[in-house]
Write a protein that binds this ligand. Structure first.
Ligand code: SAM
Length: 226
């Protein structure tokens, strides 16, 4: 393994804002923060927002800076990517963000029913050949439903026509409530949108920068799954 990766893995082990329960590879073990993220980690009672497949965590960090009155957790399986966001949080003393290294498939092992207020899916893999692995497929949405508060919102930002279209189909097929939808986020932002929402939608992740540079339109939707 590359030296740089090994160094990153060593460093995140020492930071208190990264949790790596997946390393034990036993997802049946009880995760001590389940149901206690606020009580035992954030030590407040603020709403908790997840960024799933956070990569380097730009969205989790960006949102945490905008909303000091909410708590954010970025989740991804790739430790060397999480390292980037975790380092920024440590260096800038951003205390309302943490990172969880594990597969999203096991999300219900890490969060209790109704522990989560909102979910962001940022540039998730479109999985062209494995639709059931898409983070907006029914089996994933059913897991999110277990941990989300009633009325909790899911946001999806993507460059992928395939993922966007299949998500809109899932929304239609399963009767979720679509609250916002645009095929061209930056071309179609309503002029009367408040500045704060504009700022949030303009936070750009690593993958968003890559795809924008290639000329892809960025799609966005938000929906409820009650
Ligand atoms: C295309 S990248 C996007 C990363 C980041 N959100 C961005 O926009 O730059 C997708 C990320 O999702 C993660 N991912 C995909 N499926 C996952 C799963 N089932 N569990 C955990 N992480 C997953 C990958 O490791 C990868 O970092």
């Amino acid at each position: 393994m590359a030296k740089n990766k090994l160094r990153r893995f060593r460093e995140i082990k020492e930071w208190s804002n990264v949790f790596e329960p997946t390393l034990s590879l036993d997802h049946t073990e009880f995760f001590p923060l389940k149901g206690k993220w606020n009580q035992d980690y954030f030590q407040n009672d603020q709403p908790i927002v997840l960024e799933l497949g956070c990569g380097k965590g730009e969205y989790a960090i960006g949102l945490a800076k905008h909303f000091p009155n909410k708590n954010f957790i970025g989740m991804d399986i790739k430790g060397a990517r999480i390292w980037v966001g975790a380092k920024e949080a440590v260096e800038n003393e951003i205390h309302n963000v943490a990172f969880l290294r594990s597969k999203i498939d096991f999300i219900t092992s890490y969060f209790a029913p109704e522990e989560i207020d909102e979910i962001w899916l940022t540039f998730s893999d479109p999985q062209p050949l494995k639709p059931r692995k898409r983070l907006t497929s029914k089996s994933f949405i059913d897991r999110y439903r277990e941990v989300l508060k009633p009325g909790g919102i899911i946001h999806l930002k993507t460059d992928s026509d395939l993922l966007f279209e299949s998500t809109l189909e899932e929304i239609e097929e399963h009767g979720y409530t679509c609250l916002e939808k645009t095929w061209d986020l930056y071309g179609e932002l309503p002029e009367d949108l408040d500045e704060r929402t504009k700022d949030i939608l303009h936070i750009k992740t690593h993958y968003e920068n890559l795809f924008t540079a290639k000329g892809f339109d960025i799609k966005y939707c938000q929906f409820k799954i009650e």
